[in-house]
Design a protein around this ligand. Structure first.
Ligand SMILES: [Zn+2]
Length: 129
């Protein structure tokens, strides 16, 4: 319990600076044919790590196993690509109720520091990270 309280106060303390950093990075989420993305955002965590997070949901009228994953590609102010990070959503995407599953993709510090824009896309096949 004590550890939890310490974590919460550290988070509140870092909140102002983190919010400013996160606002500097815009996020574009591009739906795939079989998977749609929702609520994508960038979060600078209390330990300084930068996560792209959001929700993935099975696209309407798509049945069967979905073999796909996510790419987060970061761009600098000049529009140059800083690289791609592989990621995925948690669990299977339900075909019964099309419930959304969360995703978190951590950007390496050198990428996060230079990035002004991140584009999240749905890619076919298995993750290759
Ligand atoms: Zn990939």
């Amino acid at each position: 319990m004590r550890r939890l309280l310490i974590g919460a106060s550290a988070l509140a303390f870092a909140g102002a600076a983190a919010a400013q950093d996160a606002r500097a990075i815009t996020v574009e989420a591009v739906d795939g044919r079989r998977v749609s993305l929702h609520g994508a955002d960038v979060e600078v965590r209390e330990d300084g790590a930068t996560d792209v997070h959001g929700w993935a949901r099975r696209a309407r009228a798509q049945a069967g196993v979905i073999n796909a994953h996510l790419h987060a590609e970061a761009f600098n102010a000049g529009g140059r690509s800083l690289g791609v990070v592989d990621g995925g959503w948690n669990g299977a995407l339900s075909s019964r109720d099309r419930s959304a599953e969360p995703f978190h993709i951590r950007l390496p510090p050198d990428m996060a520091n230079a990035a002004v824009r991140v584009r999240v896309t749905v890619e076919p096949g298995q993750r290759h990270d």
